[in-house]
Design a protein around this ligand. Structure first.
Ligand code: SF4
Ligand code: SF4
Length: 429
């Protein structure tokens, strides 16, 4: 066992209101420079939705990837050696600027200068780069801001009337927000794919950074990161990415997105893990076992053997204490209410999410005050609008049980807290 420490974040998705304060304060701090206009180290996506860059979750390398689709010339069906050979000449799986977005503002002047007419004038989008009117087709939260929130309708073969079908769809409509930063992965593919050695993972805290002096602008990190959280600055010719606000972390402060989060939903902490177990866990063959595999590399910071191992491996005493105090370990490993984003990418992400329970239904209200009535809790989970399968595809590579377990615990906790606040008798256990 080789003990290492890693900063980690857990976000509680039920509390995100999609205000984008985190994105804006991050941008003002880190990407408020020429060449980084389109870059959002922190973005907040609407789910279901296309994401930022668009379709980043739907990259099928053998169906062309972004750049190849656009060129339409070369259908790269071959893998292995041919693919490696071709990648020497160009890097085929890069999202283009259009897949992120062209920064735009609205033509507010039109609101006051438009001639009289029967309808109100509207402020049309215009490019911040060219000043021309435009029709944006992507953005850091395209689905929320411009495309209309995503909806999901459960197909019910028992319904044959259109009216009922429409009603069913409205009843089943849902959306939630997914704030995203770099995952500061335990097995970072951006680092593995950098030919210049510019991308690196810090030994002391696991933060993944780009050495700007060594970066040669190959952009293999951009194509190598499945979360698409490395960006290319077209002015400097270098890659840039979320730094986990390392200067703030080093001085004992939270990241700027955590500090300014309106919903107070970001929990920061330190996780201890067994570095010798990472590659074996990431190589787990069955996708559905990856969540458990990643859990298995985390070490209990209260375990005397782990503490002794951490001291032996040079982890500072205050970091061990931080791991013991951390809410992150409790949420991820003790209570298992936090889940990783797309563990099937096998990079071992370290930003985890408490899945959304909302919208709350009557069945959830009826669960009583404690988990002493499993049937009612089960009924509540069955009645949730967001299908378990949808959440499982996001967080556990399709395995619904860990999601259901997390939602059950959240349901019980919610009713318990509500009873406590209303002054009802509660079970102290
Ligand atoms: Fe690298 Fe992407 Fe993982 Fe961040 S999310 S550490 S950029 S592979
Ligand atoms: Fe969500 Fe907090 Fe960001 Fe607002 S600041 S969008 S509540 S994560």
């Amino acid at each position: 066992m080789r003990v290492m420490a890693q900063v980690a974040m857990v976000m509680n998705l039920d509390k995100c209101i999609g205000c984008h304060t985190c994105s804006v304060t991050c941008k003002q701090t880190w990407t408020n420079r020429p060449g980084s206009e389109y870059i959002w180290f922190n973005n907040v996506e609407t789910k279901p939705g296309t994401g930022y860059p668009r379709r980043y979750e739907d990259q099928n390398r053998f169906k062309g990837g972004w750049a190849l689709n656009r060129r339409g010339k070369l259908k790269l069906k071959a893998g292995g050696r041919l693919r490696k050979l071709l990648s020497i000449f160009y890097n085929p799986e890069l999202p283009s600027l259009d897949d992120f977005y062209e920064p735009f503002t609205y033509d507010y002047e039109h609101l006051t200068t438009a001639p009289l007419s029967d309808s109100f004038p509207s402020a049309r989008p215009k490019s911040q780069l060219t000043g021309r009117n435009m029709s944006p087709s992507a953005g850091p939260n395209w689905d929320d801001d411009l495309a209309g929130s995503g909806t999901y309708a459960a197909a019910d073969p028992n319904l044959d009337g259109l009216a009922e079908q429409v009603q069913l769809e409205f009843e089943h409509a849902f959306h939630f927000y997914l704030p995203r930063i770099c995952e500061h992965c335990l097995n970072p593919s951006c680092v593995a794919s950098c030919p210049s050695g510019a991308m690196y993972k810090r030994v002391e805290d696991g933060i993944v950074l780009v050495d700007q002096d060594r970066c040669r602008g190959w952009r293999f990190c951009v194509s190598g990161c499945p979360y698409k959280k490395v960006y290319f600055n077209h002015r400097t010719g270098k890659a840039e990415k979320c730094t986990f606000c390392y200067p703030r972390i080093e001085s004992g402060q939270p990241t700027i997105c955590s500090e300014t989060c309106v919903g107070r939903l970001r929990h920061l902490g330190v996780m201890l893990y067994d570095a010798d177990a990472v590659l074996a866990a990431a190589s787990t063959k069955d996708d559905k076992e990856l969540y458990e595999a990643q859990l298995s590399v985390f070490l209990d910071p209260h375990d005397p053997d782990v503490i002794a191992g951490a001291e032996r491996d040079g982890i500072a005493h205050d970091w061990i204490q931080a791991a013991q105090r951390s809410p992150v370990y409790a949420l991820i490993a003790t209570h298992r209410v936090a889940l990783p984003l797309h563990p099937e990418y096998r990079t071992m992400p370290m930003v985890w999410y408490v899945p959304p329970l909302s919208p709350i239904t009557d069945a959830v209200h009826a669960t009583g005050h404690h988990d002493d009535n499993p049937d009612q809790v089960f009924a509540a989970i069955e009645s949730l609008r967001i299908p378990l399968g949808y959440l499982a595809n996001l967080f556990t590579a399709g395995d619904t049980w860990p999601v259901e377990r997390a939602l059950r615990r959240l349901t019980v906790l919610r009713t318990h807290m509500r009873a406590q606040q209303l002054g009802d008798p509660v079970d102290a256990d």
